[in-house]
Write a protein of this length. Structure first.
Length: 482
């Protein structure tokens, strides 16, 4: 409890504190040429967000927004643009008021074209920022359960570690649906408040406890999300996800929406060199979950057909890959044609749009009226009865979640007449994640990242996840003050 309380403080000065110290030498900006409204419209992704005293950078992937009230915003902005794209970038500044707003903060490289428009603010308010540097109170921790607005970006003291812990400097932390559940609050589950979310963490070991061996300060690591007692029957049998004291980083204890996190040393996995920080953060929880569901629980066999729901979700994107590794034929579902195309790129053999109410019939058609051997369920109420109907005789349904609601209807006649098996699945063991990591290292399981946002934009990231706007994982990038 002591550690947990102190961890909250670690959140602090993350993002902005470090970002604003890296300004480049001054240089007078060249006079920008005026640009037509139509050109901006063509380039922009017209969604929502942004606003304020801002400059807008248009990239192939989306807009990069900066708050020019922040001193020294130039260099971190260029770093952000570089991360988003290596293509030429257009910077739109306001003709009337902001021509000189770079204020000597930054020397723009040749791939940034500076143009002027009389009203950037209009476009700012419509842009969908893929990266934003903004001032003012920002989300990070929450002190009460509720909507996105309860997230606060604030200071906190450094976490303390026990003799068996490591202190990790967080580089990236991925979002999971569990973040949403924890933020909203679940009946009967006590989450100590204020709380720091974040189950999926990658970073650098800063400090190790006195009893820790095999890990050193400076090691690049990812963290197993599950925390268990380590000495009960289940733990010793390698079923640590069934430990009665099982917890998850960022759930019952502080997680990775912070500059520093304390975690048991046994949770450390060396970060494979072929992964970026964002990829390393995006993988653990969903890989563990998908592996446990398909390999351990459903025991998918070569030649079987697996229906994987919500290909655009983090767990769905890995579920497709794991099912393919097992030699299965994969039918993936998603809610839009764009997501279905991406599911095919990930290896799905067939795709079905589940926003069409007749989707179970389409699954039957694709399986010669037989149905599938296995359904990979995590969406819950919206898809449940269709999932049951899509199974062939003697089929298995494995479920790890209920993002659309848990009060699903089951026609029991379907279960007994057709000899179905319903398998619950919760996280997975540490050993299973280590097994799966072999395939991550060889590139056969890869992280699917929709976008990376700075920690200060956690509220926006929650909004995207709740809107199911993404394909793959949303990752928060955490910058250290050093
Ligand atoms: Zn245990």
């Amino acid at each position: 409890m002591k550690t947990r309380t102190l961890v909250l403080a670690a959140v602090a000065a993350v993002g902005l504190g470090s970002m604003v110290t890296m300004a480049s030498p001054a240089q007078a900006p060249a006079a920008p040429k005026a640009v037509e409204t139509e050109k901006i419209k063509d380039t922009l992704y017209l969604l929502k967000g942004g606003g304020g005293n801002t400059a807008l950078f248009l990239t192939a992937k989306g807009a990069v927004v900066v708050d020019t009230k922040l001193p020294g915003w130039g260099q971190p902005l260029l770093d952000a643009i570089r991360r988003v794209t290596d293509k030429p970038v257009t910077m739109v500044i306001n003709t009337h008021t902001h021509y000189d707003h770079t204020n000597g903060q930054v020397e723009f490289p040749a791939n940034i074209e500076v143009v002027a428009h009389e009203n950037t603010k209009t476009y700012m308010s419509q842009a969908n920022p893929v990266y934003a540097l903004q001032s003012g109170p920002q989300p990070n921790i929450f002190k009460e359960h509720g909507g996105q607005e309860v997230l606060e970006y604030t200071d906190a003291p450094e976490p303390e570690i026990t003799a068996n812990d490591v202190l990790v400097e967080v580089k990236a932390c991925a979002l999971n649906h569990l973040d949403i559940w924890a933020r909203r609050g679940l009946p009967g589950i006590q989450i100590p408040l204020p709380h720091i979310l974040g189950n999926d963490i990658a970073g650098v070991v800063r400090e190790v406890g006195d009893l820790v061996s095999g890990v050193r300060s400076g090691d690049e690591v990812m963290l197993q999300p599950g925390v268990s007692c380590g000495h009960c029957l289940e733990c010793l049998a390698g079923r640590d996800n069934l430990c009665s004291e099982y917890d998850i980083l960022g759930y019952g204890r502080a997680g990775g929406y912070a500059e520093l996190v304390a975690a048991p040393a046994v949770n450390i996995i060396p970060k494979p060199a072929n992964l970026s920080w964002e990829e390393a953060a995006a993988l653990p929880l969903v890989t563990l979950t998908a592996w446990h569901m398909l390999v351990t629980r459903a025991a998918v066999q070569p030649g079987e057909t697996v229906l994987v729901h919500a290909a655009g979700s983090g767990v769905g994107s890995i579920g497709i890959q794991v099912a393919k590794l097992r030699g299965a034929r994969v039918i993936a579902t998603a809610s839009s044609n764009e997501k279905l195309a991406k599911a095919k790129e990930l290896g799905a053999d067939e795709v079905v749009n589940y926003s069409d109410v007749g989707w179970p019939r389409e699954v039957k058609r694709l399986t010669n009226k037989q149905g599938v051997d296995v359904v990979f369920e995590h969406t819950g109420a919206d898809t449940w009865s269709g999932s049951i109907a899509s199974l062939k005789r003697n089929g298995r349904l494995v479920t790890c979640g209920a993002t659309s609601g848990y009060a699903a209807q089951t026609d029991l006649r379907q279960v007994f007449y057709r000899h179905l098996t319903i398998l619950g699945s919760f996280m997975g063991s540490k050993a299973e994640l280590l097994e799966a990591m072999k395939f991550v290292e060889s590139g056969r399981i890869r992280a699917v990242i929709d976008q990376v946002l700075p920690l200060a934009q956690a509220r926006r990231a929650h909004e995207l996840l709740e809107d199911r706007a993404q394909f793959g994982k949303l990752v928060l990038e955490v910058s250290s003050r050093q």
